[in-house]
Design a protein around this ligand. Structure first.
Ligand code: SF4
Length: 59
């Protein structure tokens, strides 16, 4: 399951725009991954990871 490093996240919203099934902006204003290990969305998580401007997403 992808993880967001909230210390790095600048809340740009790119990951949410690319995959709203997996990411949302949490109450703290930072992104978080909402999918579980059985995530079946059709986004390319590697593309999302490489699109984060601060490299905050890992899997
Ligand atoms: S793309 Fe990266 S910096 Fe932007 S909201 Fe997502 S995790 Fe945060």
């Amino acid at each position: 399951m992808p993880k967001v490093d909230k210390e790095k996240c600048v809340a740009c919203g790119t990951c949410v725009a690319m995959c709203s099934d997996c990411f949302k902006i949490a109450d703290d204003g930072k992104a978080e991954c909402t999918c579980g290990d059985d995530c079946k969305c059709d986004c390319n998580i590697d593309d999302v990871i490489s699109s984060c401007p601060v490299g905050a997403i890992s899997k």
